[in-house]
Structures are given as structure tokens and as C-alpha cells.
Design a protein. Structure first.
Length: 449
């Protein structure tokens, strides 16, 4: 049977960028930068992205297109009779857990979309806007209703198929998102505190940067590029034979980083203008930006557009998570697309309910002193994604034939892959060593000076 896939190279790029660009860029990245020393974190983060994230992204695409299957079955095909698919299984569990807590925040963006449509931010003081956020996220019912709506739409799109669902939505959402973020970034630069915001974001002050920052940078680089969750393996499996994987991976990373940086600029310029705390944490986007819009000419429309697009960015990412899980359901469990998408979507909703409730007082589950929500976030992005990716690259760099990799990256000799030598060196030596060092230091085994 012909495997369904993307219709065009642009469509595949937009779908992959759609997966990469999400709440991670607009909601998570700025607050991680904020709590980990600004520019110092940024420097480490971008180095990790180039030297570790990009080679892994290329590798995942190669695995998927070579095997043309889901994230578990691909390893069974490339390494028959071996247990390499264990990384695929970790990925599947991680993507399921991420879908659970991620949809909750995606649901918040819908609530905020309605709040901006009904003009609830205008005239409210920063304190009122802050209380609005905490009382909403800790309330037992409303966030869960929005999460349900969000997952419902996600399931509907994934059910519609790769080209007519995933690709179609991404081709529309990503260009529009880019435009809006750009406008907000430019507007931020014209604000009074613009320079202070830029200094915070770009000036590397290492006195504020801890070993924990390393792990956060590593974890986020995986999270933002959607690595270690099998998504890029799945999307690679839908790529056309003549897709230039090296080039597409580079473009995906550039688009992802650019959007995160512009979002960071938009946010920190306003944080400093209004004297808010840059280390605010998860509330940064939902507390800070609603303060900015009423001050802009046409701010009402920008506010509405921003939260609509935040929701769209989240949507293209939840789609990618559910698509990966659905591909696993289809390829590894022989389910129909409908059954897989609906069944897995409903199970993820249960995780969402627990995550959402853990932020309030009604029914709060705590693990190791963290709310269930924070626990799942940390467990997946700091550990599971890293471990799954580590197993993947050890397999590809040390146990898979170099010629096969080259063959895939050159489209069987049809295109040049001049970066191959550098990529292979990174894959085999630099990435594993860097990852081991960072993981050891994160467990406190390697002490910083
Ligand atoms: N990469 C997306 C983001 O940065 O928001 C979301 C994401 C999708 C994260 C899938 C992790 C993941 F497994």
C-alpha cells in the first residue's frame, strides 16, 4: 500500500515548522530565558541548538524517510532483531504525556482569545491581569473545557489525514503566525524600555547562569525542535523522495529560532517598559502581553490576532504530537486512522484533566514536591526526550552504516550533501559526548567549578 505523505516540499516544511514552533517558542522560551540569566542562557542555548539539536533533527528525518514508518517500527526496520526500538517507545510515551499537559496550555490560549475579543484587558491594572491568570488556571472546570475543545479540533484534523489535515492547516497557520510575531516584535522595539529588554535578552551575564541552566537549555532545544518524541521521524517518513533533508532541517531550525527570538524581543521589551518581572515564569505571556496590547494603536486587533495565533501555533504542535501517536497506532498496532486518533486523543485528555487540576486546590496531585503539571513537563523535556535522542544517535552514529546515511542525505546520489562529513563527525563524537557531559552535570555527578 502506498504510504500517505505530504503533497509538497513547502507543505512538509510548514508542517515541521508548525510542530517546532508552538507554545515552546512563544510561551516557554521567554520564561526559561527570564529565569536562567537572559543572554547567558541564550548563548548556551543557541550553541546547543546548532551543535546538538540540528544534527539530531537531520538524523530523525533520515530514520523516518529511510524506514518509511512510525517512530517505533522504523527502528525495527532499520535494525531488525535488535532492541533499538526502545528509544521509539520512550518517544511514544513522552509524546503522549506532552500532548496531555501541552493541550492544557493550548486551552488557556483559547480562553485568552475570548478575553481579548471581549476586551477584558483594556483598563485593567497589571495586578488585575495577574490575578485573572492565576484564578483562571487554578479553577477546576473552565481550563478543562477549553482543553477539551482544543483536543477535539486536533483529533478532527488528524483524522482528516496527513495532506488534507496536517499539511493544509500548517500551510495557512505558520505564515500568518510569522507575520503577527514580526509586527509585535517591531512594536516592542519602539517601546520606552526597548533597549533594556534587548540588553536583558542578549547581554550574557554569566553570574546568573547555573548548571541547571545547561539542562534547561538542552531540554528546551529538544522540546522546541520536537526532538526525541518521534515527530520528526514520523514527518520524515511522509517526506518525498526528492526532499533535501539537510536543507529542510536547517530551515526548520532557523525558522524556529527566529520566531522564538522575535517573541522574546516582543515580550522583554514590554516587560521592562512596564516594570514587570522578567523572571515571572509560566505566566509571562498570559500576564505580560495583555498589558501591552491596550497601549498599542490597533491593540485590540493585535491582541485578538496574537491569541488566535498562539492557539494556531499550539494547534500545529498538538497536531504533530497526535499525528505521531496516530502513526504509531496505525503502523505498529494495526489500528485504523480514525480509531487511533480518537482513542489516543481521548486518553491524552485524561492526562490533561490531571495536569490541569494539579494547578488548583480542588484535586491537586503532587509528585516530588512538584505539581503533576510541572512534573510531567520536567520529566519529559529534561529527561525522556534527551534519553530517547541519545539512544537514537548512538544507534545511527555507531551501529548504522555510514554509506546508508550518506545515501539518504544525498537522495541516492542525486544531490550534494557537502555538510555530510561535518554532520557525521558531530553525530558520532560531538553530540554523544556533549550530551553525556550535560546529563551527568544535570544529575549533579559532574560538579561545576
Ligand atoms: N516544539 C513545540 C514547541 O516548541 O512548542 C511543541 C512540541 C511538540 C514540543 C512536540 C515537544 C514535542 F514533543
Amino acid at each position: 500500500m502506498e504510504r500517505r505523505g505530504f503533497n509538497s516540499s513547502f507543505g512538509m516544511l510548514m508542517a515541521a515548522v508548525g510542530s517546532a514552533v508552538g507554545l515552546g517558542n512563544i510561551w516557554r522560551f521567554p520564561y526559561i530565558v527570564g529565569t536562567n540569566g537572559g543572554g547567558a542562557f541564550l548563548l548556551v542555548y543557541i550553541s546547543i541548538l546548532v551543535f546538538i539539536g540540528l544534527p539530531i533533527l537531520i538524523s530523525e528525518m533520515v530514520i523516518g524517510r529511510r524506514a518509511r514508518s512510525d517512530s517505533v517500527d522504523s527502528f525495527k526496520k532499520l535494525a531488525p532483531g535488535k532492541k533499538r526500538y526502545i528509544s521509539g517507545l520512550i518517544s511514544v510515551i513522552a509524546s503522549f504525556l506532552i500532548l496531555g499537559f501541552y493541550s492544557v496550555v493550548a486551552g488557556w490560549s483559547l480562553e485568552y482569545l475570548i478575553k481579548s475579543i471581549t476586551n477584558q484587558f483594556s483598563g485593567s491594572s497589571p495586578q488585575v491581569i495577574e490575578t485573572m491568570f492565576t484564578s483562571f488556571t487554578s479553577s477546576p472546570i473552565k481550563p478543562i473545557v477549553w482543553t477539551f475543545v482544543f483536543l477535539f479540533v486536533t483529533i478532527f484534523i488528524v483524522k482528516s489525514g496527513v495532506a488534507s489535515g496536517v499539511e493544509k492547516v500548517s500551510k495557512f497557520a505558520i505564515p500568518v503566525l510569522f507575520f503577527i510575531v514580526l509586527v509585535l516584535g517591531i512594536r516592542g522595539l519602539t517601546l520606552e524600555g526597548g533597549m533594556d529588554g534587548l540588553r536583558f535578552l542578549f547581554y550574557p551575564d554569566f553570574s546568573n547562569f547555573t548548571m541547571e541552566g545547561f539542562l534547561a537549555a538542552l531540554g528546551h532545544s529538544f522540546f522546541t525542535l520536537s526532538l526525541g518524541v518521534g515527530i520528526m521521524i514520523t514527518y520524515g517518513s511522509y517526506a518525498k523522495d526528492d526532499e533535501n533533508i539537510g536543507k529542510s532541517s536547517l530551515l526548520i531550525s532557523i525558522c524556529d529560532t527566529t520566531i522564538a527570538l522575535i517573541a522574546g524581543i516582543a515580550i522583554f521589551t514590554s516587560v521592562f517598559t512596564f516594570g514587570l518581572n522578567p523572571g515571572e515564569g509560566p505566566g509571562l505571556v498570559f500576564v505580560t502581553l495583555p498589558n501591552v496590547f491596550p497601549l498599542m494603536p490597533g491593540g485590540y486587533l493585535f491582541g485578538v490576532a496574537f491569541f488566535l495565533l498562539l492557539a494556531l501555533a499550539a494547534l500545529t504542535s498538538t497536531i504533530s504530537l497526535l499525528e505521531t501517536l496516530t502513526a504509531f497506532g496505525i503502523d505498529s498496532m494495526n489500528l485504523s486512522r480514525n480509531k487511533a486518533a480518537i482513542g489516543i486523543g481521548v486518553c491524552a485528555f485524561v492526562v490533561s484533566i490531571i495536569s490541569s487540576l494539579s494547578l488548583g486546590d480542588t484535586f491537586s496531585i503532587q509528585i516530588g514536591g512538584l505539581s503533576f503539571f510541572d512534573f510531567v513537563d520536567k520529566l519529559t523535556s529534561n529527561y525522556m526526550l534527551t534519553i530517547a535522542s541519545f539512544i537514537e544517535i548512538i544507534f545511527l552514529g555507531w551501529f548504522y552504516k555510514r554509506e546508508y546515511l550518506k545515501d539518504e542525505l544525498t537522495n541516492h546520489g542525486k544531490i550534494k550533501a557537502s555538510f555530510f562529513k561535518v554532520y557525521y563527525f558531530m553525530l558520532k563524537y560531538v553530540v554523544p559526548i556533549a550530551m553525556v557531559l550535560i546529563i551527568l552535570s544535570s544529575f549533579g555527578i559532574l560538579k561545576s567549578a
